[in-house]
Design a protein around this ligand. Structure first.
Ligand code: NAD
Length: 487
């Protein structure tokens, strides 16, 4: 992307006050109650406060979303809806720099990486907007209707993308939305809603209620005024949300939860040095903080030397450091809590595996953690079975392909997998044996998987349920209505 010269504000420069409040009915709304502190992950210092929206603000946002749903938004039709979403995309394209800066400040995303991913946001909106007319075509006599007011709760690991991936199909389907972003990254969500209002989305179509999970999130999940709830976050929180969602009413849910995804290097690829930059990226991008991170590496017996050599060389291209520096590719972990969690797993790694650091952290305050390998991690141990959400890759050897498949599929999670193998048919057979929603099959060692927005998938097992991507990814937020004509 064509970025402007780096003119980032100092860490302590003031942000627009509106970003500290909710966005309800097309305007900034202060909750006027308790505040939550924001901590800069690159320094560990508190730098600002934002609203705990709480129940009254959630009530107001749900009422606003209802009035927009029964009012203007339901009357404008698919073409006008698509045009408004495209106008929003254009405003986001102009605001990439501000959104990227907020991610850097709030969760330590390296600025260059944040810019590159956020610049794809308008493409995502364009893609879903282009599907709206197809959504309205009925193949079976039923008419697809929007569900109404949808509630969404999102995480922090890619703040802008987390919100857009969730919000865009919901809005494209004709619903209105009340979204609670993570307490680590509320401001990019508020800015996105402000941009939507500037682009002409009617008041109430996209509302943001910042706040903690246990107060504002819980109020939204339990709210009887929402017609559907879409959650993205950890499996543990997903369990709590499923229970809370049924406490005062029943509503359909989508749950996009955690993962512990394997990458299998087949014998015909282990000696190909070009795979290692891709293996590294799959495991350590965003300092290992992404749901689809491939954090279990399975290689043929005798392959550990190639792993260590290949990943050490790959690590040299991923400098760790100040996330404001455009040269940085690995920033700090997003929070002190995340840092403590990763330290706990590192301790387990020291007790149960052979630990191999791939690079060193900068001599600085902040929540920095270097990428590490846990060689020979036991299959039934925490390093292989639990989601760490940090830069720690378990590495295991397998004897034959049956064992490789058995180890790869022995997981409570079912989000994704990567197969590095030159024989497309053999890799395809392995893919069919894995209980996961999405498989990258890489047959040329230097090839890398692209963004596959058009291909729907659904997580399995403890990774959740609900279709993502493609026309099916929008249809998931509609409901079929049968019109039975008589006479
Ligand atoms: P989290 O589960 O701690 O929080 C997610 C969201 O839920 C936040 O907005 C949080 O405030 C809210 N929340 C927490 N407790 C709540 C409660 N009791 N009631 C209502 N809301 C509550 O997860 P996180 O640390 O923000 O994000 C990391 C997790 O998200 C990882 O497990 C990762 O795999 C997952 N994730 C999944 C996907 C996916 O598409 N499958 C994408 C990104 C992240």
């Amino acid at each position: 992307m064509n970025s402007p010269a780096l003119t980032l504000p100092a860490w302590d420069s003031p942000l627009p006050e509106a970003l500290d409040h909710g966005w309800i009915h097309g305007e900034s709304r202060s909750a006027g109650g308790p505040l939550i502190a924001s901590i800069n992950p690159a320094t560990g210092e508190a730098w600002g406060n934002f609203d705990e929206s709480g129940e009254p603000a959630v009530d107001a946002a749900v009422a606003s979303a209802r009035s927009a749903f029964v009012g203007e938004w339901s009357r404008i039709g698919g073409d006008a809806r698509a045009a408004l979403l495209l106008a929003w995309a254009a405003r986001i394209a102009e605001a990439v720099e501000q959104l990227a800066w907020l991610e850097t400040l709030e969760v330590g995303r390296p600025i260059g990486d944040a810019r590159a991913l956020i610049a794809q946001g308008p493409l995502l909106i364009g893609f879903y907007a282009s599907l709206i007319s197809a959504l309205e075509e009925s193949a079976d006599g039923a008419v697809r209707r929007a569900r109404g007011v949808v509630g969404a709760i999102t995480p922090w690991n890619f703040p802008t993308a987390n919100v857009l991936i969730r919000a865009v199909p919901i809005l494209a389907a004709g619903n209105t939305l009340v979204l609670k972003p993570s307490e680590l990254s509320p401001r990019s969500a508020v800015l996105l809603a402000q941009l939507a209002s500037e682009a002409g989305l009617p008041p109430g179509v996209l509302n943001i209620v910042p706040g903690s999970g246990h107060v504002t999130g819980a109020a939204l999940a339990a709210h009887p005024g929402i017609d559907m709830l879409a959650f993205t976050g950890s499996t543990r929180t997903g369990q709590a949300i499923i229970q809370a969602s049924a406490s005062r009413s029943i509503k359909p849910l989508t749950m996009e939860c955690g993962g512990k995804s394997p990458q299998l290097v087949l014998p015909d690829m282990i000696d190909q040095p070009e795979i290692w930059p891709g293996v590294f990226h799959a495991a350590f991008w965003n300092t290992g903080q992404w749901c689809s991170a491939r954090t279990r590496l399975l290689v043929p017996k005798g392959g550990l030397e190639a792993v260590v050599e290949g990943l050490r060389m790959a690590a040299a291209d991923w400098p760790i450091g100040d996330p404001r520096d455009p040269a940085t590719r690995l920033g700090p972990l997003a929070s002190g809590k995340q840092y403590e969690t990763v330290q706990g797993y590192r301790e387990i790694a020291r007790q149960t595996a052979r630990v191999m650091p791939l690079s060193a952290v900068p001599d600085a305050d902040g929540f920095y953690a270097a990428p590490e390998l846990a060689l020979g991690a036991p299959q039934d141990g925490a390093l292989v079975q639990q989601e760490i959400f940090g830069p720690l890759l378990s590495v295991q050897e397998y004897g034959d392909l049956d064992e490789a498949v058995r180890l790869a599929d022995d997981s409570a999670y079912g989000l994704g997998a990567t197969i590095w193998g030159a024989d497309r048919d053999a890799a395809g057979r392995i893919a069919a044996s894995l209980s996961v929603g999405s498989v990258d099959v890489i047959v040329a060692p230097a090839a890398r998987p692209g963004l596959a927005l058009g291909t729907p998938f659904e997580p399995r097992r403890q990774s959740g349920f609900g279709i993502e991507g493609g026309l099916a990814g929008i249809a998931a937020f509609t409901t079929p209505q049968a019109i039975n004509h008589a006479g």
